[in-house]
Design a protein around this ligand. Sequence first.
Ligand code: ADP
Length: 260
Amino acid sequence: AAGENDSNVEVKAKNFTKKVIGIVSGKGGVGKSLVTSTLAVLTMRRGYNVGILDADITGPSIPKMFGISNRAVASQEGILPEKTKNDIKIMSINLLLDEEDTPVVWRGPIVSSVVKQFWNDVVWGDVDYLFIDMPPGTSDVVLTVFQSIPLDGIVVVTTPQDLVHMIVRKAYNMAKTMRVPVLGIIENMSYVKCPHCDEEIRVFGDSHIDDIAAGLGIEVLGRMPIDPELAKASDRGEIEKIHKEYLSEAINYMEKYLKI
Ligand code: ADP
């Protein structure tokens, strides 16, 4: 993985993280966190040890999706991640703030140093797949996250109403500059299924990701519909109770490509 430096040598002693996957998006609100959580849950169900590092410091939503409101505690070895009902390890700024609705108004360098700490100072232990919910966009902060954490690959989340072409290219170029492979694209909010006739309604028009992916030589890993059950479960902190297979193809690909 990229970014071999002195601090990583120290990290390896403390953590045994095998594969690290960053989930990126062009902007907020496209479902990046929901996709991250869903990928983590599906991977956990296949018997792997899974963690989520919530690097979306100014919009942290991972703990809420899993119904976690405990404060993280420190041990002699470092900060301990919280565990979900099914033992997914989680670290998020929301687990460290006194009140979870305190807004984070820090500038870029501070945000970056928190993300670095989440990687260096959290006792992740033995994790097969660590998913990183990246900050949205392609700002400086995203770049420093790329530099701070040795990613094995990124997944780009888009929606049909995004400026998909531009977003995917930007993410692709950023990853390429950092020598991180793009595992593929997941299209969220692709369609809505009519509850009466099962027809797939493309609310935001036709999807263009197949062409874009083919143009760049990357995979379309999956499509997730707008599904009110997903929204409800994530609002209630019950994302682990959802049994939908929308993204199982993405996990198949990841397992095959990353081989742990
Ligand atoms: P981001 O991380 O990109 O800012 P989130 O994952 O937090 O976005 O999603 C924003 C909101 O939209 C959340 O309330 C989430 O539950 C909802 N949402 C995202 N994707 C879907 C979907 N496919 N179906 C239903 N609700 C969704």
